[in-house]
Design a protein around this ligand. Sequence first.
Ligand SMILES: O=P(O)(O)OC[C@H]1O[C@H](OP(=O)(O)OP(=O)(O)O)[C@H](O)[C@@H]1O
Ligand SMILES: O=c1[nH]c(=O)c2nc[nH]c2[nH]1
Length: 193
Amino acid sequence: MKELEERIRREGTVKQGNVLKVDAFLNHQCDVALYDRMGAEWAGHFAGRTITKILTIEASGIGIACVAARHFGDVPVVFAKKAQSINLDGDQYVSTVYSFTKQREFPVIVSRKYLGPEDHVLLIDDFLANGKALRGLIDICEHAGATVEGIGIAVEKGFQGGGDKLRAEGYDVDSLAIVESMDPETGEIVFRG
Ligand SMILES: O=P(O)(O)OC[C@H]1O[C@H](OP(=O)(O)OP(=O)(O)O)[C@H](O)[C@@H]1O
Ligand SMILES: O=c1[nH]c(=O)c2nc[nH]c2[nH]1
C-alpha cells in the first residue's frame, strides 16, 4: 500500500534494536482515516473468503481491527487480553506470547464464549516481526477449533522472518507494507518491491 509506505518514510523513525517507530499515526496517535483505507485494502485482498470474526491482540491491534471490521460486514472483533482480570469469567483459551516491545512473556487469554469451531477468523495486527503474537493467536484458534482464513498486517518487518515462515506454512498473510531493511544510522528504509 503506497500510502502506508510513504507515511512510514515521512513520519517513521528507525531505532536501535530493529524497532521502527510509527507512533505518530499507527500505534499511539491513531490516524483513523488511514485505518479505514487499510481496512478497505484487506477487504479487497480477502474478498471471497467467509469471515465471521476478527481476532487481534491488545493493545495496538484493537483500533485497527475495529475499523477494519466495518469493511467485513461489521463482524465482531475479539481481542486477546494479556492479563488476567476479575472481568474475565468462565472458561478461557490461554496461550503465551513473548512481547517484542515489552521484552517479556505475557499470557494471552480469550473467553470461550467469543470463539468457537463455527468461526472463520481474520487475524489483524499493527506489526509482524518474529511472529510471536500471531503464533499465540493461531494457537488460540486451534484450541477453539476455529479456522484461520487469513492474516492482515499493517507493517511487517520482513527481515525478522516471522511473515515468511507463516506464508511457507500456507497462511494467507497480507501485509500492507513490508520493510526489507532499515538502518538506524542513516534512517534509510527499504520496502519489499
Ligand atoms: O511478530 P512479533 O515479534 O510478535 O511482533 C509483533 C507484535 O509486537 C507488538 O506487540 P507488543 O506486545 O510489543 O506491544 P503492543 O502492546 O503495542 O501491542 C505488536 O503490536 C505485535 O502484536
Ligand atoms: O511500534 C513497533 N515497532 C516495531 O518495530 C515493532 N516490532 C514489533 N512490534 C512493534 N511495534
